[in-house]
Design a protein around this ligand. Sequence first.
Ligand SMILES: [Zn+2]
Length: 152
Amino acid sequence: MSRNAQPQPSPSEVAASLPPIGTALARGAMGRCPCCGQGKLFNGYLRLADECSHCHTPLGRIRADDAPPYFTILIVGHVLVPLVFLVEKAWYPPMWLHMAVWLPLFAILSAAFLRPTKGATVAWMMRLGLIGTEHGAQIPVPTARPVAPGDA
Ligand SMILES: [Zn+2]
């Protein structure tokens, strides 16, 4: 994570700087910064860049965790599973042929959809103000213990 002298924008400042949700999701899906659409969102296949190279929006602290694989499985499953059933019902191919065709196709499509899905998920999270913290949490960690009833 890069350390620069500029203060990091707050989650509400980042959310306010984003374009409409459809534009932000499209930019994220194309691997571009959801805020400006110019800088790169990724530094590698799935690793987020620390910050946008164009508008310096902090990106690297956002933790999408399991959401992109979940959405990828949802999308690819809804595309391919009906085709599997259709082919089975129409031609009754042997099971080895199903495995030889569908398993690589699931793997290839999942790998192809994972990055755009992660980009769109990150854009959605930014829109919701979930930009992460230095501690890795999505919600800022409280610095003081909350006051309980009876504490003086
Ligand atoms: Zn940017």
